[in-house]
Design a protein around this ligand. Sequence first.
Ligand SMILES: Cc1cc2nc3c(=O)[nH]c(=O)nc-3n(C[C@H](O)[C@H](O)[C@H](O)COP(=O)(O)O)c2cc1C
Length: 199
Amino acid sequence: MGRRPVFRAELAPVTSASRPDMFPDGVTAPYLGYGVPGSADALRHVMGHFASGVTIATALHHGIKHAMTATAVCSVSLEPPLVLVCVGKASRFHGAMNKATHWCLSLLTVNQEALARHFSNRGRDLLSQFDRVPHTPSPLSGTPLIDDALAWLECTTYGVHDGGDHTIVIGQIARASGLPSDDDPNARPPLTYYRGAYS
Ligand SMILES: Cc1cc2nc3c(=O)[nH]c(=O)nc-3n(C[C@H](O)[C@H](O)[C@H](O)COP(=O)(O)O)c2cc1C
């Protein structure tokens, strides 16, 4: 997609010198713009500053293994244990997740950037997408879990909510596993996504 010049052009740099009313005493950091109307570009730019972990969401439907890289993931509730993932309505994963009885999230390590790129590549071949990806069937439904991930969850769908061009899918955790501690010889730092780049 590249840069978004329209958004950037709309944003005049604002500093404590040009708009002292906007800055509490002592704050001097310049920001790009202030109160720019909400838009897809504004959301991408601003939320790009929110560092996230990277997961692979997976679902099994009619024997076909579906998957998608997802960062719009967060914890929701402890009792019952719930997480959410936002799934683009235009993605092929959307239909599969709606129909599958269970779905999984594998939380990637820093060594697994290639997998994140692979499963976010639009139009990749559905039937062969797992051919060279080491994975293990989940305990309850046989949904693919990415080998050597930091941790994983197997969920059933608890609720589905409209979220604009995405669906907010809330999952109740049925099975979960993670490395026992940071001292584990297999422990790796997490893969993160921040301002459009993996790190
Ligand atoms: C870092 C990153 C994070 C993403 N997070 C999400 C997400 O949380 N939800 C989503 O629907 N798509 C997300 N996507 C986009 C999907 O991975 C991508 O659109 C999807 O795999 C396209 O697959 P399809 O060709 O099967 O539709 C993300 C992409 C990247 C590169």
